[in-house]
Design a protein around this ligand. Structure first.
Ligand SMILES: C[S@@+](CC[C@H](N)C(=O)[O-])C[C@H]1O[C@@H](n2cnc3c(N)ncnc32)[C@H](O)[C@@H]1O
Length: 371
């Protein structure tokens, strides 16, 4: 029964849970089948699961789909929004009605689009750009369920392969730089944006997502914030039995720069910049990296049951791996450690190798702690 349920989610799109499971392109996400495997193997129905570096909430969603209650925390609004929505999407008709409202008012932005940098004018046709600007100013994506659902679906299709989203040719998972994109479009004879009708495209995408109905997810949530702060405020009546997460890898990904265009859509500036905010840029300061993991795993350890399982996927590189192991040992001194090295092969889908990123990566490691 459970095996069939999982199979139907990880293969194909036959059930509502399958339709939402992969929701939200994000650069360093868990493969969905891996998340379901871990949840199934290391927890049972009714258990509570914690993920303090939730990303697009793959872990929490897999838990919820299998009757576990999850709590995620994510500092990047793009990842947070994907997670929040997939755990509890707003009813379809409300989302469609709101889409019409936004689309109908797009001409308020007739003049504003002309002031945007060249990148936007090549990336999007005028109708799309007006629609995006109105949505960007008016959707209350942080507080309103309907608006967050509509905004998250816009984010998914904000950039994609030509013909699959709202944009000119782009990668879906990662936003490429502004100048790089403009030069690339020009060099490849693509300096006019594709003619896309945003209403039609969005309706098509909404219909597909909801076609099988609403996903049934056990009561779960994801907080928007910094785990070094949020974990301190959690008063878990029922302690967590599985800590299942993947921290940022030292010096590898900059989750904010990689998502700059989606962050613009959520209200940030129209030009990408390297974030200097703590925990938001690339993690290249060894002490800060150590302190982040020490703080988050330290606070998490206080919320876990004695016989909890800790499942951490991380980078195989020496500094990240050694730091993570040392900190986990410090906060879970009575747990026994097992390490699973993932040998890297041509077909290995590492979190950072997905979607056409073919650069050689040293692979990943799973650290499993049990009593
Ligand atoms: C390796 S990714 C996790 C991906 C996730 N497993 C998924 O399937 O999408 C690490 C995440 O940690 C987040 N992060 C980094 N520092 C954080 C902090 N202090 N509090 C909360 N989230 C943080 C990053 O924004 C990033 O999304």
């Amino acid at each position: 029964m459970v095996k069939t349920k999982i199979k139907n989610i990880i293969k194909g799109f036959k059930t509502p849970e399958a339709r939402w499971a992969r929701f939200g392109p994000y650069y360093a996400m868990f493969p969905v089948d891996f998340a379901f495997d871990v949840i199934n193997k290391y927890s049972k129905r009714g258990d509570h699961i914690l993920d303090p570096f939730a990303g697009r909430s793959t872990s929490i969603y897999a838990g919820g789909a299998l009757g576990r209650h999850g709590l995620g925390i994510e500092i990047n609004p793009v990842g947070w929004l994907y997670g929040k929505v997939k755990l509890n999407p707003a009813p379809k008709q409300d989302v469609v009605d709101r889409l019409y409202e936004i689309y109908d008012k797009r001409n308020y932005y007739n003049r504003a689009i002309k002031k945007l940098p060249e990148f936007y004018r090549i990336c999007y046709c005028d109708d799309v750009l007006k629609f995006l600007l109105f949505a960007r100013k008016n959707l209350d994506w942080k507080n309103d369920d309907v608006d967050s659902t509509l905004m998250s679906i816009i984010l998914v299709f904000l950039h994609a392969k030509l013909g699959e989203g709202l944009s000119n040719q782009m990668r879906m998972t990662k936003s490429m730089g502004m100048n790089y994109s403009v030069e690339w479009w020009k060099a490849n004879n693509m300096s006019s944006p594709p003619d896309v009708n945003p209403l039609k495209l969005m309706l098509k995408k909404i219909n597909w997502r909801y076609e099988k109905g609403m996903p049934k997810i056990a009561d779960s949530s994801v907080l928007y914030g910094d785990s070094t702060i949020e974990l301190e405020n959690i008063n878990a009546e029922k302690k967590f039995s599985l800590l299942f997460t993947s921290p940022p890898y030292y010096s590898i990904t900059d989750y904010h720069a990689d998502q700059w265009l989606r962050l613009w859509m959520l209200g940030e500036e129209d030009k990408p910049k390297i974030s200097s905010v703590k925990h938001k840029g690339r993690f290249f300061n060894k002490k800060n990296y150590y302190d982040l993991l020490d703080n988050v795993f330290g606070s998490s350890s206080k919320l876990m049951k004695q016989d909890s399982v800790i499942y951490i996927r991380t980078d195989k590189r020496e500094f990240t791996l050694n730091t993570t192991r040392e900190i986990l040992k410090k906060h879970f001194p009575h747990h026994k450690e097992r390490i699973l090295y993932k040998p890297i092969t041509k077909s290995t889908k590492t979190q950072t190798k997905l979607f056409g990123d073919k650069s050689l990566k040293p692979g990943e490691v799973d650290i499993i702690l049990k009593r």
